[in-house]
Design a binder for this molecule. Structure first.
Ligand SMILES: [Zn+2]
Length: 274
């Protein structure tokens, strides 16, 4: 078993995907669903993003519920601004609290965070983009990267591996990766101009962005992310793809595409245990 759904203690409505494989190795990695929170309307109910128009106190309350279910609290969180780029930043315990209670204090201009500090929770937020969780159990280093189509084209996952090598001397051979839920090829329709960009960047275009028979062109983002990570030296056997689709599973996930832009966000979090 590589991952499983787990409820949040006494909050049975709250359920997170947990990467169970990593728990005995010292890391907790989780992805939330939309249930078990206090937000209303299109944000019902566990919206974890501050910048989407939801009531701020409700979002902070929801974030507290999410981290509590993982054995943490709000003071341990670190969030980044998520600008659909390829910049990775290293953080430590001094950065705790950034972006947790207000978007403005988040680590600026980056989409991925890495740390070797235990007991801090790296956090990023999602509708259809993919969270890439990274864990080096040898050097005790974790990373979390936000990879939508722009970040995938910019190879944010590969950049995160490179930064782990550079700052913490991680060997790509040791790095484990979990690609969480997001919009899968069943739903991620794109136009020809974007397919050209995918082909220009990654070569063989049929491998990633192809016709699915009934619709024009679809892009398999996790396949592309996985390919890029392997180019960075991560072993195929160390990459796990969750496979769940945010757009298909309306009861479980918010989806920007499906909900026409008016929706909440799920959260990804990863922490190293002491
Ligand atoms: Zn789908």
């Amino acid at each position: 078993m590589k991952w499983q759904w787990r409820s949040g203690g006494n909050n049975k409505e709250l359920k997170n995907i947990i990467v169970t494989d990593w728990e005995p190795l010292g890391a907790t990695a989780a992805f939330s669903s939309r249930t078990g929170g206090v937000s209303a309307g299109v944000y019902k109910s566990l919206n974890l993003a501050l910048h989407v128009g939801d009531d701020k106190e409700n979002v902070i309350n929801n974030r507290g519920k999410f981290l509590t279910a993982l054995g943490g609290d709000l003071r341990q969180g670190i969030c980044c601004m998520q600008v659909h780029g390829h910049i990775v930043k290293a953080v430590n315990e001094k950065d705790c609290g950034k972006g947790v209670r207000e978007y403005e204090s988040a680590v600026p201009e980056c989409d991925a965070l890495i740390t070797g500090a235990p007991d801090v929770f790296l956090m990023t937020f999602y509708t259809d983009c993919f969270p890439i969780y990274l864990f080096d159990p040898e050097k005790k280093v974790i990373g979390l990267a936000h990879s939508g189509w722009k970040g995938t084209l910019a190879e944010i996952g590969k950049e995160t591996v490179k930064k782990m090598q550079e700052i913490f001397d991680s060997s790509p051979d040791d790095i484990r990766v979990f690609i969480g839920p997001g919009i899968q090829a069943c739903c991620f329709e794109i136009q020809e101009d974007l397919r050209e960009k995918v082909a220009a960047k990654f070569g063989d275009k049929e491998q990633f962005a192809s016709s699915n028979g009934k619709r024009a062109i679809v892009w398999d983002l996790p396949a592309t992310i996985s390919y890029s990570l392997r180019q960075a030296g991560v072993k195929e056997s160390n990459i796990v793809n969750c496979g769940l689709c945010s757009s298909c599973q309306e009861e479980t996930f918010f989806s920007h595409r499906r909900d026409k832009g008016f929706t909440g966000r799920m959260g990804a979090a990863i922490t190293l245990r002491r």
